[in-house]
Design a protein around this ligand. Structure first.
Ligand code: ADP
Length: 412
């Protein structure tokens, strides 16, 4: 007798046993009588066509229902359930058929259930993989939205703070002028100086917040002009000397090949990069420490390095420090200062430096043997400034063409 007819003979016994197994089984299953009947129909289809793939639609449904996010993970339950249904088929066949017929049917069913089990494992894995990657994608989208909201918040609050700050600045100046008329005593001038210094620092922080949001929204505009690296370094040196003196540190500028290089870039913004890195070197180096600015010429780039004999940076954080609002343990609790040892800041300086240098087509990175406030292993920041022979905007290139020609003649 064909196997399909044998299978049909055990249908009602099989359904009864399967239903009993569900009711007493440990697993939470949605399987009901109609569902079991559907499974048996598919089993019949598999036996009559000799193709275990007939069970696939049901296996797929099980995989989805078992990986529902609201249910606990039940990996393997599907396979266990298939094993149970196979055992039930064996029992029904042995009970309801002659020995020879039972053996004939079981030979076919063993093959079909075996294949169905490996298919179930495969489907289960595929569904779980798809779910995990969906969850990952969703997390990435959430993170992006969060970062975007943070940027918007920074931009709005920075603009909102500007107006009251300008008022404070204006009133402080007016107060100073009117008091100067009647003669300022030293206590009054100290108070006024305090207000003005605080307002200046707040201005700097607000400007940093605005710069960070320009960078994050990729709308930072660069004002390309011809510039000479050594001129930037001279300005930087002159600006930094007062803080270096206050902290009794030594700043050594080692001349290097490429120092007199001319390139096109935004001089104010590039100076801001160097200033942010150098002011960190001052802040994170103890009194009396050394800071060295050096560099070299590389194909297409001038590399500027700023090394210090400061507290160093844990290798784990060498990339993280370029993110927004990052202040490592050593500084997180210190009061805000641009000069004081380990003085705190908003954690935007390096993020801005990276944004500016990358907008120029360059890169910035840090190296340090590690963080140690006592041994002071130091840190080195590398800034790669691209050498441009003309500005990116063709109209500007035309404007600066005579300069190019005269450079060509003098061989610079
Ligand atoms: P901030 O504006 O607060 O100075 P930055 O973005 O400039 O922030 O720097 C982020 C953090 O990176 C600092 O708070 C500090 O922990 C660490 N860092 C930066 N430069 C140095 C350095 N030269 N030596 C040691 N740590 C540094």
């Amino acid at each position: 007798m064909p196997e399909i007819d044998l299978l049909k003979q055990i249908r009602s016994d099989w359904l009864q046993r399967a239903h009993q197994a569900i009711s007493s089984g440990p697993q939470e299953s949605d399987s009901s009588i109609p569902e079991l009947e559907r499974f048996f129909d598919l089993l019949e289809a598999a036996v009559s066509t000799g193709n275990s793939g007939a069970l696939d639609p049901m296996l797929l449904e099980w995989s989805f229902s078992q990986t529902r996010p609201d249910l606990p993970s039940v990996t393997g339950v599907q396979i266990e359930w298939l094993g149970q249904l196979m055992a039930i088929s064996f029992e029904s066949a042995i009970k309801g058929l002659s020995e020879t017929n039972a053996l004939q049917l079981l030979r076919v069913l063993t093959g079909i259930f075996g294949k169905a089990m490996s298919r179930a494992a495969e489907l289960d894995l595929q569904v779980k993989l798809a779910q995990t990657s969906n969850r990952l994608m969703q997390n990435q989208l959430d993170m992006k939205k969060l970062d975007h909201d943070k940027s918007d918040f920074i931009a709005i609050s920075a603009h909102e703070l500007r107006t009251p700050l300008t008022l404070i600045d204006g009133y402080a100046s007016m107060l100073k002028e009117s008091l100067e008329g009647v003669g300022l005593n030293s206590y009054q001038s100290m108070l006024l100086e305090g207000i003005q210094q605080g307002a200046r620092r707040l201005h700097e922080i607000i400007n940093d917040m605005i710069d960070a949001s320009l960078i994050d929204n990729r709308i930072l505009k660069l004002n390309y002009q011809p510039l000479w690296i050594n001129q930037l370094i001279s300005i930087l040196e002159a600006e930094t000397i007062p803080s270096i003196n206050e902290r009794q540190q030594q700043l050594e500028i080692v001349p290097f090949e490429g120092m007199s290089q001319m390139t096109y870039g935004d001089p104010d913004r590039l100076l801001q990069v160097l200033r942010n890195v150098l002011s960190n070197a001052v802040k994170f180096t103890p009194d009396g420490g050394n800071i060295t600015l050096s560099g070299r010429k590389l194909p297409g780039f001038v590399e500027i390095t700023i090394s210090d004999s400061g507290i160093g940076i844990d290798p784990e954080y060498l990339l993280l420090i370029f993110d927004k609002f990052v202040r490592l343990g050593a500084t997180a609790l210190h009061s805000s200062s641009k000069i004081k040892f380990k003085g705190g800041g908003p954690g935007l300086g390096l993020h801005i430096a990276k944004g500016i240098i990358e907008s120029h087509g360059g890169t910035i990175w840090a190296e340090s043997p590690g963080f140690d406030e006592l041994a002071c292993p130091g840190s080195t920041f590398h800034i790669m400034v691209p050498i441009r022979t003309e500005p990116p905007d063709p109209k500007l290139a035309q404007l600066f063409a005579p300069l190019q020609e005269s450079n060509g003649k003098t061989g610079n």
